[in-house]
Write a protein that binds this ligand. Structure first.
Ligand code: NFS
Ligand code: SF4
Length: 652
């Protein structure tokens, strides 16, 4: 076969995704002669040296590349070893991921400050109970005080999450004492996130920190300033401003696009843009404009993490996760897409042009070549979103693209919060985590797994998430989810109470008794902080050890692709959670740096990193860890003991 023929060999899209709607749209794109990430990936092999994190371009004597076969055979020009190079690269990923989450949290903090000052009128404090609870959790006096007084104090405290030069971030007060003690011992309790991120950038400059243990310590401190800092601020303030999610039936998939309505998609991460768009599309004047243009109405959908937040908070349908973002445009049905920050493929701009979709950037941090920029200002949010609605209506009127909407709609329950867990398993009047802990202790629930994160073209889209989660619930592990991963599982139908039939006997019994699905949808990626709080609450409730590291829990990001995922993974590890990633891992097995992440940190009392590509292997590694913790807690029943030893034999 000639080079040309090889290149043009058509991709069987069933090999690259299990999402029927995405597959259908990829086929349409191929017919339309349009390229997507799926076709580009076939032409672009990942660089093996980069994949191993064995190259360094931190100075212009390099870039230097080390050989992965014997990584200790050489060093970089400056003498940097593979451990230094890989640790520094890893640290920069943590810094970038943590910066993304904390800057997002900072935007929420900006809105909150202006609401408290009375300078923003379009948003209000929606959940006063949550405001009081969050304030009380970090030692702010709430008894007998006015909401706005508490809010002022809360603002000032939370600002310290970012700016304080010494001392501990406010939410360190939520960390179980034993876990905090370990952090103190290791010197990894974060100061303000700005300081931690600045220090990481300094330390990873050429010629500064060249001892991998010390670099990883700063990774932990910085990642923790994300998880218990910026991300937690983002979640808590979003709940306070826009409402804490409660379980709600909502739909996922491209079938929620409507041919006879003006379709608008909001894609990105910050809920303030989305909230304003909700207000715009519900404004009778805007609906009138749409009707005057011949549309039945305005149809609003979410995508990626922006979508994941409003899916749980307001029940707004979700069009698709990261690897479906292009496919959604290919429907031709999207009249406007408004994006803010993070995980927005640059390709969406050109693709939108092909299909006549109006594509808008809204955040000063994120402009995209070819996009129309309409800046969003929190003080006058409707100006931006009304304009976008107007342009969407205009596009509806002038549609020329052939429209094909995949006929797939998947309903499920979304919007679980760490607060809701209190009421979920009984205890209507006095909520607590006791029923959850009891069900773990008695073995009906073997443990809890957080399966989160992106989707990635380098593995079969949605497949790794879905198979891993199915295997976990089959083995009585309750699964909690955020981000793009939860969209994969929602499409697979696992967020319906009747998915309990796929669970093992114990978990099934619990789910059927209370009518909950075996897989719980918690929100966006910053909402991973809900999982941290839930872990802290499980420790506080008692019976499952003294620290997060004692809990029979595990985390996974089976199809991750972003640096944010590395920061999340590392804050879970530093918090004491066993965390396993798929796709690829940025280090070379056998190196000292790799061993530190995969073994050493656990010996220091933290969690540990692990890696597996196969979803079943991944699930069983998580289960083996959960069982190890159950053994240590002395709650391994007879039945589990047998399974455990069988597992042991299989693994060894
Ligand atoms: Ni998380 Fe959200 Fe999705 Fe990954 Fe991107 S949207 S913040 S990074 S791809 S889960
Ligand atoms: Fe090479 Fe050292 Fe420069 Fe990195 S810092 S590019 S290893 S000389």
């Amino acid at each position: 076969m000639s080079q040309e023929e090889k290149k043009q060999k058509p991709i069987n899209f069933r090999d690259v995704s299990i999402c029927e709607a995405t597959i259908q749209m990829l086929e349409k794109a191929a017919k339309d002669g349009v390229e997507t990430a799926f076709t580009r990936a076939a032409e672009m092999k990942p660089c093996p040296i980069g994949a191993d994190s064995a190259c360094c371009k931190h100075c212009f004597m390099g870039p230097c590349r080390l050989n992965s076969k014997d990584p200790y055979a050489k060093t970089g020009i400056c003498g940097a070893t593979i451990d230094t190079i890989a640790a520094r690269n890893f640290a920069r990923m943590v810094a970038s991921g943590a910066a993304a989450h904390t800057d997002h949290g900072m935007s929420m903090l900006d809105v909150f400050r202006e609401v408290v000052n009375g300078r923003i009128k379009d948003y209000q404090i929606k959940d006063e109970t949550k405001l009081r609870n969050v304030a009380a959790s970090i030692g702010i006096e709430v008894e007998g005080r006015e909401t706005m007084d508490i809010a002022k104090d809360l603002y000032e405290e939370l600002e310290r999450t970012y700016t304080q030069v010494e001392g501990e971030i406010p939410f360190a007060k939520r960390v179980p004492p034993k876990t905090l003690e370990t952090w103190h011992k290791l010197g990894i309790v974060p100061r303000g996130a700005m300081r931690e991120i600045m220090e990481i950038m300094h330390r990873t400059h050429i010629g500064v920190d060249q001892e991998y243990n010390n670099i990883v310590k700063q990774c932990s401190r910085t990642a923790l300033s994300d998880g218990w800092g910026g991300s937690m601020v983002a979640t808590e303030l979003s709940d306070i401003l826009f409402g804490t999610p409660k379980p709600i039936v909502a739909g996922v998939n491209m079938g929620y696009l409507k041919e006879d309505e003006v379709n608008i998609i909001v894609h990105g991460h910050e809920p303030n843009l989305f909230e304003s768009m909700i207000s715009s599309v519900n404004d009778p004047a805007n609906i009138e404009k749409a009707k005057a243009a011949g549309a039945k109405g305005i149809n609003l959908l979410g995508m990626c993490c922006s979508g994941a937040e409003v899916l749980g908070r307001h029940g707004i349908p979700h069009a698709g996760n990261f690897m479906s973002t292009e496919a959604v445009i290919v429907t031709g049905a999207v009249d406007a897409m408004a994006v803010d920050v993070q995980c927005i493929m640059q390709a969406l701009s050109k693709l939108s042009e092909c299909y006549g979709t109006r594509f808008f950037t809204t955040n000063p941090r994120a402009k995209i070549d070819g996009a129309t920029h309409i800046e969003f200002h929190e003080h006058t949010p409707r100006e931006c979103t009304d304009k976008i609605v107007e342009m969407a209506v205009n596009r509806f009127q002038n549609r020329t693209a052939r429209i094909e909407i995949p006929n797939r709609r998947d309903l499920g329950i979304h919007g679980f919060s760490h607060e809701y867990v209190n009421y979920m398993l009984g205890g209507k009047f006095r909520g607590s985590y006791t029923p959850l802990n009891e069900n773990i202790i008695n073995g009906r629930i073997r443990g809890v797994a957080g399966v989160v994160g992106c989707t990635n073209i380098r593995v079969k889209h949605d497949y790794v998430h879905v198979e891993c989660v199915k295997e976990l619930i089959k083995n009585n592990v309750l699964v909690v989810q955020t981000g793009c991963s939860q969209i994969s599982l929602a499409k697979a139908g696992l967020m319906k109470p009747d998915a309990a039939v796929l669970a093992g006997d114990g978990l099934r019994e619990v789910c059927e008794t209370v009518g909950m699905p075996p897989v719980l949808s918690l929100g966006s990626c910053v909402d991973n902080s809900r999982i941290l709080i839930a872990c802290a609450e499980m420790v506080r409730t008692g019976g499952l050890g003294d620290s997060i590291a004692d809990l029979p829990v595990a985390g996974a990001a089976p199809e991750y692709m972003s640096e944010k995922a590395i920061s999340i993974g590392h804050y879970f590890v530093a918090s004491g959670v066993y965390t396993i990633f798929g796709v690829t891992f940025p280090s070379i097995e056998g190196t000292k740096f790799h061993k530190l992440l995969f073994e050493g940190l656990e010996e220091q009392g933290l969690g540990k990193w692990d890696f597996a590509v196969d979803p079943i292997e991944m699930a069983h590694k998580m289960i083996a860890h959960i069982d190890k913790k159950r053994m240590a807690l002395g709650i391994m029943g007879e039945r589990e003991r047998k399974l455990f030893s069988m597992e042991d034999r299989r693994v060894s």
